[in-house]
Write a protein of this length. Structure first.
Length: 430
């Protein structure tokens, strides 16, 4: 008996569910009522949105100005926000040690230059001795051939000639060594001079000091790298905005495109243009992005390095073109509507038009897409004039049952009515 009751209950529940599915779908009106969008002329602007950071030009964090020599910083001529020009002295390191090193190097250079003169004179003397030895050898050789001099005299002349040749080679080598010493001393003097000049730190660009690393009286120690003293932002009349663009949008970005952006600190828009698209991809949480550099005017230097910018990059713009809602290109007719269309339906992009006559089948037009944004798409077709003013189908209408509808589920539990006699005494029994 229990099994029979359970089966009856299951069948009743299934019947109720089926009835409710049918009733809930009864609100869908048959193919014939459509939601439409008018085809007309509009201006279409396609944008890519991104966020970025304001940076100085040519350097994302400013240009570091460092000390290339060790020493005590005896004078600092600038501070935060100081405006500097290219070549301006900004700091001075105690130069006394480097002045002495330069003087020593110059003195050694003069000594070596004098040694070159000595070696040059010695070479000339050796060459003169060689010339005399050659003449003596020739005379002795002639006398020996005439048998008027002993062979031993010719041997002595030959030995003297060989010694004179060796003396010339030695003097020439000494001169070359002295000249090399001069070159070495000159290089040492130039290095000492450069170290002395490095004691005077100058700005490499026109700009503004945005950071200071040291104080007057502090000793800076430079090893392999220059010790940073100041950071200078190049002329803030123009700034860069380093934007992060996802790979899905990077293909639409081109150099020279117009950009508008806002900064949280101001209630106004700034304008710029794309200057550079860098190929240095970054992957964060499996999202690949590319840096895009925007150059923008900075009126009154309102934008500070480090500010966050919200950017809109204009990737395409067309004016007064025939266009339709982007939803029209996503519409797909039901099979019932397709069955009513005579002939073969070609493949490719198309839009579906609401029929001009009641109960007529849908019409379609093959198109190509032009510029598109989130809401509108430019239509490229053979007869655009005929499309203007027509209604493109973007979906099917739905109609929900009214308040007077009798679509109720008989298997749904009924709402309990409130006991109006609650709190009152019951009627006395008769």
């Amino acid at each position: 008996m229990k099994k029979i009751l359970l089966a009856v209950f299951v069948l009743a529940a299934a019947g109720g569910a089926g009835w409710w599915y049918f009733a809930s779908n009864a609100e869908r009106v048959s193919f014939g009522s459509y939601r439409t969008a008018l085809i007309g002329r509009n201006d279409i602007v396609r944008n890519v949105r991104a966020t970025g950071t304001v940076t100085p030009r040519n350097s994302s964090s400013g240009i570091p100005v460092g000390a290339q020599v060790n020493g005590k910083l005896i004078k600092l001529f600038v501070d935060y926000n100081s405006v500097v020009t290219n070549g301006q002295v900004v700091a001075l390191i105690d130069p006394r040690v480097y002045e002495d090193s330069y003087k020593i190097a110059m003195a050694q250079l003069k000594v070596n230059e004098a040694n070159v003169l000595v070696r040059t004179a010695a070479l000339k003397s050796a060459e003169a001795e060689l010339l005399m030895a050659e003449k003596t050898f020739e005379r002795k050789n002639t006398l020996v051939e005439r048998k008027t001099a002993a062979v031993v005299e010719l041997d002595a002349a030959t030995e003297a000639l060989d010694k004179a040749k060796a003396g010339v080679e030695s003097a020439r080598a000494n001169l070359e060594s002295a000249m090399a010493s001069v070159d070495q001393s000159r290089a040492s003097a130039e290095k000492a001079k450069a170290d002395l000049e490095y004691c005077t730190i100058v700005s490499p660009v026109d700009g503004v000091v945005i950071d200071r690393k040291v104080e007057e009286g502090e000793t800076v120690v430079s090893s392999m790298n220059a010790v940073p003293v100041l950071t200078i932002a190049e002329d803030l009349a123009k700034v860069w905005v380093e934007a992060t663009v996802p790979e899905a949008d990077i293909g639409n970005i081109k150099v020279g495109q117009r950009v508008t952006f806002t900064a949280d600190a101001y209630r106004r828009k700034f304008t710029g243009q794309v200057k550079q698209i860098r190929k240095a991809a970054t992957t964060t949480n499996n999202v690949v992005t590319f840096p895009v550099i925007i150059e923008a005017e900075n009126p009154d230097e309102m934008l500070f390095p480090g500010m966050t910018a919200t950017l809109t990059i204009e990737t395409a713009r067309v004016q007064d073109v025939v266009s339709v809602s982007a939803a029209a290109l996503r519409f797909r007719p039901k099979s019932e509507d397709l069955a009513r269309i005579a002939g073969e339906i070609p493949r490719g992009r198309k839009i579906w038009l609401k029929p001009l006559e009641e109960n007529a089948p849908l019409e379609f037009v093959s198109i190509s897409e032009g510029v598109s944004n989130e809401t509108l798409t430019e239509i490229v077709a053979k007869d655009l004039a005929a499309l203007e003013g027509r209604e493109a189908v973007i979906g099917y209408e739905t109609a929900k049952p009214g308040a007077g509808s009798d679509l109720t589920n008989p298997f749904m539990a009924k709402r309990l009515e409130r006991n109006k006699n609650k709190g009152t005494a019951p009627e006395p029994k008769k």
